[in-house]
Design a protein around this ligand. Structure first.
Ligand code: NAG
Ligand code: NAG
Ligand code: NAG
Length: 316
């Protein structure tokens, strides 16, 4: 249900000359955050710092001005959220640890997302155990996590592994892997709290929506399905309601059995002209893939097959 690590870019290239970007990496297996420098001309990575995290933050996300980082806590059997100061990315500091989950205990924090405008609320999701609940947290003026302001319920049996916020800040979409559902919640833009709008089922029984990403034009969401190893494009209506568009795109080649794979991540290139989706192997004899799809300028997937598949695990 998880990837080996999650990383995010702190810097973005703006010109043709070499730039050094900082990437912060959290893991499932160490109580550290790693800062790696990427040189975009040499295309190499250098480990430049390791900061004590006091939790295995297997999922992390930056706040709007990139001074704070919010993370999950893989080591805790209670859904826990960690707030880091990243003003100095070479010396990341733990500032707060908030245990949520009075409504649903015995589950783990799995995913965290941050609202990029006022009130800069933070959305945290649970997995394993009783994971039908999720949490909305507020932040202090300086961006440090403050407190739980809302616990809300999906459905019994739900477990949301990923969320995405529409570019207009109106809706939070949730990929409910265990419930095989994709939810739309309206975001109250004053308080940051959520209200349920609508829900749609996955394309097949147990397809397992895992993560989603939204086109910058706000018209489409792309969802990756963990169990069926597929990607589907959804149009986002004015009220945030989703409807599937076009085909179901398989991440597998002919003859490959979905039971041997579990699809993982979906993301858009910076210009939103490519969609990438990753697929993990459940079996050491299988190879894992990154698939690339071309998007047209309005955000539609151009071809029924990915135009490229790159292996990310090699024989031996
Ligand atoms: C941020 O604000 C909170 C609450 O006022 C405070 O406890 C914390 O120390 C502040 N953090 C920094 C880095 O100033
Ligand atoms: C809220 O969630 C339920 C599923 O529990 C769904 O059937 C319903 O349509 C949703 N929307 C509203 C406005 O309640
Ligand atoms: C891995 O997959 C191959 C091909 O489907 C199968 O023959 C083999 O038994 C599998 N091995 C394990 C350990 O599941």
């Amino acid at each position: 249900m998880f990837s080996a690590l999650f990383l995010i870019l702190l810097g973005l290239a703006t010109g043709a000359s070499a730039k050094l970007h900082k990437i912060i990496i959290g893991t499932f297996s160490t109580e550290s955050l790693y800062t790696v420098q990427y040189n975009d001309v040499l295309e190499d990575l250098t480990l430049v710092a390791q900061s004590a995290a006091s939790a295995a933050s297997s999922w992390i996300t930056l706040n709007h001005d990139r001074t704070k980082l919010y993370g999950t806590n893989w080591d805790s059997q209670e859904p826990t959220w960690i707030s880091y100061d990243v003003t100095d990315p070479y010396d990341i500091k733990v500032e707060a640890k908030i245990i949520a989950g009075s409504m649903c205990s015995g589950s783990k924090s799995i995913f965290v997302n941050a609202y990029q405008e006022k009130p800069y609320s933070v959305y945290g999701n649970y997995y394993y155990g009783d994971a039908r609940c999720s949490t909305v947290l507020s932040v202090h003026k300086n961006g440090t996590l403050k407190e739980v302001i809302q616990e809300y319920v999906y459905l019994p049996g739900s477990a949301v592994h990923g969320t995405a916020i529409t570019p207009d800040g109106c809706f939070l979409l949730s990929a409910d892997t265990e419930g095989n559902l994709i939810w739309t919640h309206r975001i109250d833009q004053v308080t940051g709290t959520l209200s349920n709008v609508s829900v749609i089922e996955g394309p097949s029984d147990g397809s397992g929506p895992r993560h989603l990403t939204i086109h910058k034009n706000g018209n489409y969401a792309y969802v990756v399905f963990e169990e069926s190893s597929e990607v589907v494009q959804y149009s986002i209506g004015k009220d945030g309601t989703l409807s599937p568009v076009g085909d179901i795109y398989s991440l597998l080649r002919k003859g490959q059995d979905p039971a041997n794979y579990w699809a993982d991540e979906v993301s858009l290139s910076r210009e939103n002209n490519y969609l990438w989706a990753t697929n993990r192997a459940r079996n050491n004899t299988q190879k894992e893939y990154v698939s690339a799809f071309q998007l047209n300028p309005t955000g539609d997937i151009c071809s029924s097959e990915p135009f490229q598949r790159l292996h990310r695990r090699f024989d031996g």
